[in-house]
Design a protein around this ligand. Structure first.
Ligand code: GLU
Length: 469
């Protein structure tokens, strides 16, 4: 293997969505490039003109940006390189490693049937005919592949795989209309982009043999191959809609953070011992393709949720607040400018149990309510009781006397109040929580009151005390 500087790439076709498997392939390419001090590139395989809309290309670019896996150079667009692909085929014709095949559709069909009957691959007579005998009719250009021996794909994940050359036909490089075929374009682009390591899904393993033959036909250095196992659903079947999500944007919409997905996807097919949680820097320093396993990986929602909770607890509250604002606005909750800061201030008190940013959005709702809050029927009835009303008045006075409005002081005050009343917290805690939150989910009492602040907390209690009996 040469000692060229490492260059990896992700080469998605714009389909309108970015599959989580593509994101994982991007991640492994990115990790390997970062690990080796190399570069990570992006090529858009946009030769299917109908699907390759600007919007579909944007989905890929946005998906990589969201994942935090941006390429080190501007993207290469495959379709725009068709002239270069054709020029390379001219080179192969000149070298004798490709030939023009003038078989008519009928001749091809007859040869196909014969080949099938004889149990061999299709061979064109034009492989051995002189170009001087060329008729004036459409032709394809085919690779003149070796018919004996083997082609070896020394895959870093799958091991050494042997392909018998007699089982590989002379693949088409240019179609009759002069358009380049997929395998040709991939080889020429990877060569020109100076890709040293092709790391991609194992659905391309057979293409590796065909592409190796094209490299050899050109006398070009073959890159290192690494074919990654698929990601399956929790049931071991191919990941599909039925499993809850498959596109990167769906994971975003479901409230997962990109750093969660980077950590989680790194664990799908690769790992560092039993480490479940690791930073990008750790993954970069540990990652090696040879440690990728070849068996398919399974998506595990529990693990993903566990990791997401970890990263939600770690994230900057101001950043989470912006995400939460976006979620609330998408639910048509009115969010004022001042609420951004209030949400950021509240997040540390409510994020402990949040598995997704959607849950985080639910958890901050209570602070956004306007006074007077609408109280649950049950709370109203309880507060109408004279004994309870009297206790709440005393509670209001006790809380009003709290000095520093923070979690430890409020916890102390609540405990002292319970003691002075000679009751447990259970005798007034649930009602206080309902008064503070209007029945929405809220953290523990001291946390909820710290999030709300002194004025708002006491104000909400005053409102409850002045309810018409
Ligand atoms: N365009 C191919 C795909 O989306 C990838 C080809 C490659 O990585 O070589 O599956």
């Amino acid at each position: 293997m040469s000692d060229r500087p490492v260059r990896t790439r992700i080469a998605p076709s714009p389909t309108g969505m970015m599959h989580i498997g593509t994101a994982r392939t991007a991640l492994f390419n990115w990790l390997y490039a970062r690990h080796t001090g190399g570069q990570f590139l992006l090529r858009i395989e946009d030769t299917d003109r109908e699907r390759s809309t600007e919007a579909a290309v944007q989905v890929i670019i946005d998906g990589l940006r969201w994942m935090g896996l941006e390429a080190d150079e501007p993207p290469v667009f495959q379709f725009a390189r068709a002239d270069r692909h054709r020029a390379v085929v001219d080179e192969m014709l000149a070298r004798g490693s490709a030939y023009r095949d003038y078989m008519t559709p009928e001749e091809l069909e007859a040869e196909r049937e014969l080949a099938r009957a004889e149990g061999r691959v299709v061979r064109s007579p034009w492989r051995d005919l002189s170009p001087n005998d060329a008729p004036d009719r459409p032709f394809v250009v085919r690779l003149k592949a070796p018919q004996d021996g083997e082609t070896l794909v020394d895959d870093k994940v799958k091991g050494l795989i042997r392909f018998e050359n007699r089982t590989l036909d002379d693949l088409i490089l240019l179609r009759t209309d002069g358009t380049p075929t997929y395998n040709l374009a991939v080889v020429v682009d990877d060569h020109d982009m100076e890709i040293t390591h092709v790391i991609r899904g194992d659905d391309h393993l057979n293409n590796a043999a065909r592409q190796t033959l094209i490299y050899q036909g050109l006398g070009w250095e073959v890159p290192a191959w690494a074919h990654l196992p698929m990601i399956n659903g929790p049931d071991g079947k191919k990941l599909s809609k039925r499993h809850g999500a498959q596109a990167v944007t769906e994971f975003d919409d479901m409230g997962y953070l990109p750093e969660t997905l980077r950590n989680y996807l790194a664990k799908l097919g690769w790992g560092h011992g039993d480490d479940e949680i690791f930073s990008d820097a750790e993954a970069i320093s540990w990652f090696d393709i040879k440690d990728v396993v070849s068996a398919p990986a399974r998506l595990d929602w529990d693990k993903l949720n566990h990791l997401n909770n970890h990263y939600i607890r770690l994230a900057d509250p101001a950043r989470l607040a912006e995400l939460v604002v976006g979620i609330l606005e998408s639910r048509e909750v009115r969010v004022r400018e001042a609420d951004h800061a209030l949400i950021a201030h509240t997040i540390p008190f409510v994020r402990e149990g949040a598995k997704t940013t959607l849950e985080l959005a639910d958890a901050v709702l209570f602070v956004l309510k306007d006074r007077p809050l609408e109280l649950p029927e049950k709370t109203r009835a309880q507060l109408a009781d004279a004994e309870m009303a009297a206790r709440f008045k005393r509670l209001r006075a006790a809380l009003g006397a709290v000095g520093a409005w923070d979690v430890p002081s409020l916890e102390t005050a609540l405990r002292a109040f319970a003691e002075s009343e000679g009751v447990g917290l259970g005798k007034f805690g649930p009602q206080l929580r309902a008064v503070l939150s209007g029945g929405s989910p809220a953290p523990d009492l001291a946390g909820a009151m710290t999030a709300l602040g002194r004025e708002e907390s006491l104000g909400r209690i005053d409102d409850a005390l002045s309810l018409p009996a």
